[in-house]
Design a protein around this ligand. Sequence first.
Ligand SMILES: [Zn+2]
Length: 261
Amino acid sequence: MHEILSRLNERARVLDLGSGPGSFPPGATPARVVRVDAERPAAAPENFVLADAARLPFPSGSFDAIVSNHSLEHIADLAGAVREMLRVLRADGYLYIAVPDASTLADRVYRWLGRGGGHVNAFVSAEDVPRLFGAGNPATTRVLYASFSFLNRKNFRARAPRRLMLLGNGSEGFLRVGTWALRKLDGALGTRWSVYGWAYYFGEFPEGAPGTEAAKNVCIRCGSGHAAAWLEARGAVERRRFGPSRYVCPGCGARNYFTGG
Ligand SMILES: [Zn+2]
């Protein structure tokens, strides 16, 4: 989404839809950000508006960009939300959408662990979201990879579900090895065990659309994705004589195995 956020100026307005505490940090864009969710987060971010995505309290064409980061799968009135997003977005605005692929191992485990986990809409093909918006082909469709960070024990503020016991009790050692092994398996066999979903960029990018290259090094704690080349360029990758190379997440400091590009 940073390809969109960074190109906006301070007069632009961004809607962070289904934001929770915020899909991106306040400093990620010079634009004015409005955060919207159907539930008020414990620590409501600045400019938070409590609203139903299918009934947005904003005038038509009032946003230059909308970010919907892993929120469409949670919205009961999906058609209503899509209609409202297209209404409040300017005709020449930017739209970033990320959704899980409901057919993947990651999303199945998520729903099994959380007994549905609040995912009420299932997207199973890369064409589902563009079809839903009827907005033509996105400028970029990018595959997102999983880190299973939703299993990480450290991410449960309340008591973790009992089912987590069956998944290494959500320990970082288990997630580190598991994520790395699935990624290697996919690389060798062309399978999709470690895929999470898709990210879409809609809008005009005169200087070239955002790249389709996936960020395969996804942190097992904070879920941030990093391109292999970017981690290597900043010297974050530690090669080892035995065992997989490692990197420390620049965002949260968690130790991860480096899965390459
Ligand atoms: Zn991290």
